[in-house]
Design a protein around this ligand. Sequence first.
Ligand code: DQA
Length: 143
Amino acid sequence: MKIQIINGPNLNLLGKRETSIYGSQSFEDFLATLKKQFSDTTIEYYQSNVEGEIVNKLHEVGFSFDGIILNAGAYTHTSVAIHDAVGGIKTPVVEVHISNVYAREEFRHKSLITSKCAGMLTGFGMDGYVMALHYLTKIKKAV
Ligand code: DQA
């Protein structure tokens, strides 16, 4: 079972960035615990601050991997290109946000991506990635 995690812009700063909103753990530290917890699963991680690179990664893995966990960061609210990329691939995508986007500024209340995803998790901190993995594992077993 192969899962790709894709984090978008500014998420390379997790642990340093607005810690009252995003917490003080780096994604690399979190990823190490996630890989231990899901030791039967191959978890690949990719982060980019560049919209087109996220589109390219979705194309690259979107026909062969079993699941994608996508936190597109601010591009969630603006990117028609990522919406179209998620819509154009075969692999199921779970959208994750660390913070509760609906409890924040109004411009974060709209996601251009959710309609093309299996579902969306928002506000559960890093646990959103864990929940997404549980879901993708479950649907893989059901096939
Ligand atoms: C985020 C929420 C977005 O609105 C924001 O631009 C981010 C992170 C989250 O994980 O809570 O960069 O996707």
